[in-house]
Design a binder for this molecule. Structure first.
Ligand SMILES: Cc1cc2nc3c(=O)[nH]c(=O)nc-3n(C[C@H](O)[C@H](O)[C@H](O)COP(=O)(O)O)c2cc1C
Length: 531
């Protein structure tokens, strides 16, 4: 069953190549017998542009001011979607800016280009996501399909008119989409990431989407606008609506924003536009396994999307068998009161940790508790995650160093193995040093066979996305507690071996680490960062 997803997963596993020093070159991909280096990035002359630029559409200006919404970031990340606010143009601007917009911070790539960091992190700083908004008439914006242009923080209207009914049909009338004044659509242009990461870019698509969406959901919650993540949609009609062709650039997630009582009017016909955009590179490499995997995860019609969604799985988590430690999250009144809008501009990846101190148990507890409550979604169920969260604890006050499993429903962590595992933390995270220094490593592991049995090959998207979404929330939360975090990559099978016997049969999904920054830490700015 679902051989395609399993075969793709195996073909994109990372492992340590023998006879190499720790470096990008040490990482192999796929079958070790083939000895294929994981990092491609061979031809700098075809390094793709990192943003989509429509060359013939006039800009629609967006405000840059960020309101003080009064919603603390740690409350916003824990919200699961219920609110009554209405989206407006300023909110669309904030969602674009704070999840995919440019920071002033720049880096210089080895071929001499200057590149901006973005508000959300991303694998290798190779930002391959684009945002579109499908809107009815808003108080200050006429109905249309808009692209968020990251390079100048403006919107470009790709289509004029109210196309929401077409989107609702593509989701099989998913209730949140059918009632939304605005739907955000995220696309990935795979080549922008696969130039470095080959086929593994398909995993990164959902890791990076989850990371960016954690910001979208927090900013919507901060604006008190309902947000529902929708992953069940017929791919071809949604791509046609956005005028993206579906193989190089494809829609990977929708977020319904706000709720209105009025039904959308019938949509105008969706005609092909082929609007001119700036070329990304003079030549491209097609990674066929990636393209085939994406095709295997697609749904043909709205009726298929509705059927897929009806398989929504209230998964029963594993029962604890070892000693439990109850989490002690900070009381709401003691939370830092800065809203996510303020923290996002301060966010960055932290790779230098203070190994001389431990982090407080209440901060650790708050982050686990608030980042794992889930999201309002057509298929993901708040409080019943598809992935299990394994921890390597290196430095938390009152908690013995060791390996733990998080039990979100019990508000507790279970000790699986006591001991200091800093060296193993470095090793399994692809021989990088910072996971050994960080106070906590979080591994989101999925039992792929049962997810694929339930959701078919499209379940692969869920297995990759969920951990990234939770980790993105956690990353924002660390900045509200004076801590820092960074995503990572890992040697797939070594991860499972390390967490076994408990994790036997599961698959590596995602890893992030967090802790207290070493004083004097500065943002690191090498493109080779971010495997
Ligand atoms: C899913 C994900 C995986 C990442 N993996 C690594 C990694 O393996 N090693 C690393 O040094 N940084 C990793 N990063 C951090 C990125 O390199 C970083 O987000 C990017 O360079 C942008 O920098 P910033 O987060 O400071 O804005 C990862 C980030 C994400 C979102």
């Amino acid at each position: 069953m679902h051989e395609q997803a399993v075969a793709f997963h195996n073909a994109t596993k990372y492992y340590a190549r023998s006879g190499t020093e720790p470096s990008d070159d040490r990482i192999g991909i796929g079958d070790p017998a083939d000895d294929t280096p994981a990092i491609w990035q061979k031809d700098w002359s075809i390094k793709p542009l990192l943003a989509k630029v429509y060359t013939a559409l006039p800009p629609v200006e967006l405000p840059r001011a960020l309101p003080d919404t009064g919603v603390p970031a740690l409350a916003a990340i824990a919200a699961t979607g219920t609110a009554t606010g209405t989206p407006d143009k300023a909110l669309l601007g904030r969602l674009g800016l704070l999840s995919n917009g440019l920071l002033d911070r720049t880096l210089t790539t080895p071929d001499g280009r200057t590149q901006h960091y973005r508000t959300a992190g991303g694998t290798g700083a190779l930002y391959h996501l684009e945002l579109y908004f499908v809107c009815g008439d808003l108080a200050d914006l006429p109905a249309g399909v808009y692209h968020y242009s990251a390079i100048d923080h403006t919107l470009r209207r790709v289509r004029a008119g109210d196309f929401r009914a077409a989107l609702a049909a593509a989701t099989g009338q998913e209730p949140s989409v059918a009632a939304a004044p605005v739907v955000l659509a995220v696309t990935s242009t795979f080549w922008r990431n696969s130039w470095r990461y080959r086929e593994r870019a398909y995993r990164h698509t959902f890791w990076d989407t989850g990371t960016s969406l954690s910001h979208v959901l927090a900013v919507a919650a901060s604006a008190r606008v309902a947000a529902t993540l929708v992953l069940g949609f017929a791919d071809a009609p949604v791509n046609a609506l956005l005028d993206v062709e579906g193989a190089r650039e494809a829609t990977v997630a929708l977020v319904a924003l706000g709720r209105s009582a009025a039904e959308p009017p019938p949509a105008p016909p969706v005609e092909r536009l082929d609007l001119p955009t700036r070329p990304l590179s003079s030549a491209e490499v097609t990674w066929h396994a990636l393209t085939a995997m994406h095709r295997a995860t697609c749904l043909p019609t709205g009726a298929d999307a509705a059927r897929w969604r009806s398989r929504r799985w209230q998964r029963t988590p594993p029962d604890p068998t070892g000693p439990l430690t109850a989490l002690q999250p900070l009381a709401a009144a003691r939370l830092d009161d800065r809203p996510p809008e303020q923290l996002i501009f301060r966010r960055r990846s932290t790779r230098r940790y203070d190994t001389d101190v431990e982090i407080p148990f209440d901060a650790f507890s708050t982050l686990l508790d608030r980042s794992t409550r889930g999201v309002a979604s057509d298929v993901l169920v708040p409080g019943a995650p598809l992935t299990d969260l394994y921890l390597i604890v290196n430095g938390v006050e009152g908690l013995a160093p060791g390996v733990y499993l998080h039990h979100p429903r019990l508000g507790a962590v279970e000790l699986l193995r006591e001991g200091s595992f800093r060296a193993q933390a470095r090793r399994i995270a692809a021989d990088q040093s910072y996971p050994g220094d960080a106070h906590v490593n979080l591994y989101y592991l999925a039992h792929l066979p049962s997810i694929l049995d339930r959701y078919g090959d499209r379940g692969y998207r869920l297995a990759q996305l969920e951990g990234a979404l939770h980790a993105g929330k956690l990353h924002l939360g660390t900045h509200a507690l004076g801590l820092g975090a960074v995503g990572s990559t890992a040697y797939d099978d070594e991860v499972i071996e390390f967490f076994s016997p408990h994790a036997a049969g599961k698959d590596y999904g995602f890893v992030t680490v967090f802790g207290k920054r070493r004083s004097g830490d500065r943002a690191t700015s090498r493109t080779t960062r971010g495997r």
